[in-house]
Design a protein around this ligand. Structure first.
Ligand code: AMP
Ligand code: ZN
Length: 477
């Protein structure tokens, strides 16, 4: 599996340091508003990467933060905390608002077939880890105090700006020459950033009393502290949107590597933006659509996922309803194909030449995916497979072979083909799920495990027993 590493500016083969295990950290949402479909494009890309790696046999530990404190309205460490400001504007309680938007986010991710991260961590619950990291940086002389907070002195970090192919001197010069971004008073360098901000006397919620004074964390320190807590000091893969390269990820690298003296991330993966008209889609411009908006207009959420797959993740994607319409038509024809071939019954002679061609397309599909998530070309291989059997009268034995390939491709695409199997097969899968539930109730774990394996092998369904009952996903095993 190759990915484009923003740090080295080339495609690199992914290798685990041990046992095919990979730690994967993705910057999550700031929960002061609905996540929009631009954000969702980035999360779909991350989900694809995770699925592709799982398909290659890696055991991926996916960690995502929920930013519920520390992200300021003015991005340059000025202005109020976004969550606090929005709660006031909406006249809502802060924790109720955080729960509401986090819940909405998870619901919409599920609608897009995005697998839940293994760990979802809230910034407000990791203040202790952030303070420890801040103390470490302070002990090494990287921090200084101003009237508004504790700041990281970027001139002291040797490789500052390397992620965007720049340097401390170059970035300082460019920032000084460019449009003025408001910065707090007392900064030593224009690129310096807050790791801890002092609270104003009227700020009562989302503030903590610490040795550095009453306040709240800077946004960047959250990701460094939480990724280290769950994935160790060196993360294998760190992902996010390209907007994070110049500031958020650049600062994460500076403070993490300054604190540990180790390399922070092995592979940096960044997804390009989604635009609407000629403008970027962003919460602050309020030119956004949510998944719910698309559903209200009669679209399947997975049509949006399909649309994302048609554009390579490193290319800008312009959102239009025409494009979505087109994606939905393609997706529906795929579903019709799945339900048609899965309804074919009867054992028969297998045309080996046909199956060999189909297997070659499966292989090519995964080569495209393995080449920096080449989803547009991978989709063309899948359509090639559909064309291959168009007009061919398949018997049940052949259709099962084709279906098996399609479900395998879908384990990475995540379009939930297994929800569109013929009604007979769906009935069979549902009966198996029911039988497994019975076996579990009887504590007959052997039978329950046997059924679980059958569901995985024959239907590509992974079962997960949660507090709310058993849920099923498209399997990536
Ligand atoms: P935020 O909640 O703004 O921190 O963004 C959450 C994630 O979505 C980050 O990885 C951003 O880089 C990404 N993102 C924000 N806006 C867009 C957009 N218009 N297109 C694609 N990704 C975006
Ligand atoms: Zn982050």
């Amino acid at each position: 599996m190759f990915v484009y590493n923003t740090m080295s500016r080339k495609k690199e083969g992914i290798r685990a340091l041990k046992d095919k295990r990979l730690g994967f950290y993705a910057c999550g949402p700031t929960v002061y508003f609905y996540a929009h479909i631009g954000n969702m494009r980035t999360y779909v890309t991350e989900d694809l990467l995770r699925r592709a790696l799982a398909h290659e046999g890696y055991v991926v530990r996916h960690v995502m933060n929920i930013t519920d404190v520390g992200h300021n309205v003015g991005d340059g460490d000025v202005g109020e905390d976004k969550v606090r400001a929005e709660a006031r504007r909406e006249h809502r309680g802060i924790s109720e608002m955080i729960d509401f938007y986090t819940g909405k986010f998870l619901e919409e991710e599920a609608l897009l077939g995005i697998q839940r991260p293994d760990v979802m961590c809230r910034a407000s619950e990791h203040i202790g880890a952030m303070i420890s990291l801040i103390e470490k940086l302070d002990g090494k002389g990287y921090l200084y105090r101003t009237s508004s907070g504790m700041y990281f002195d970027t001139s002291k970090f040797k490789d500052y700006g390397r992620l965007l192919g720049s340097s401390f001197e170059k970035m300082s010069k460019e920032l000084k020459a460019g449009a003025r971004v408001e910065r707090p008073a007392g900064l030593r360098n224009i690129t310096d950033f807050a790791v801890w901000r002092f609270a104003e006397p009227n700020e009562k919620e989302l503030v903590w009393d610490t040795g550095y004074g009453r306040g709240f964390p800077g946004w960047h320190i959250e990701c460094s502290a939480m990724s280290m807590e769950y994935l160790g000091e060196t993360i294998d893969i760190h992902a996010g949107g390209t907007d994070h390269i110049p500031i958020h990820h650049t600062n994460e690298i500076a403070q993490s590597e300054a604190a540990t003296g180790k390399r922070f991330v092995r592979y940096w993966v960044h997804g390009a933006f989604m635009t609407i008209g000629d403008r970027k889609m962003s919460k602050s411009l309020r030119n956004v659509y949510t998944v719910e908006d698309l559903v209200k207009r009669g679209y399947l959420p997975l049509s949006f996922r399909y649309m994302c797959l048609t554009v390579h993740y490193r290319n800008m994607m312009n959102f239009t309803f025409d494009g979505l319409e087109h994606a939905q038509r393609s997706l529906k024809s795929l579903y019709a194909f799945i339900s048609r071939i899965s309804a074919i019954e009867g054992v028969g002679h297998v045309d080996q030449e046909l199956i060999d061609k189909a297997e070659a397309l499966r292989k090519e599909f995964f080569e495209c995916i393995g080449d920096d998530l080449g989803t547009p070309t991978a989709l063309s291989k899948m359509h090639g497979l559909m064309n291959l059997v168009r007009g061919v009268k398949l018997n049940g034995s052949e259709s099962r072979r084709i279906l098996d390939i399609m479900l395998d491709l879908d384990s990475v695409l995540g379009l939930e083909f297994n929800m569109h199997l013929s009604s007979a097969l769906q009935k069979e899968a549902k009966e198996l799920i029911g039988k497994r539930e019975d076996a579990r109730r009887r504590k007959d774990f052997r039978t329950s495990d046997e059924i679980r394996s059958r569901l995985r092998d024959e239907f590509r369904i992974t079962l997960e027993d949660t507090e709310e009952g058993t849920v099923w996903y498209t399997s990536t095993d």
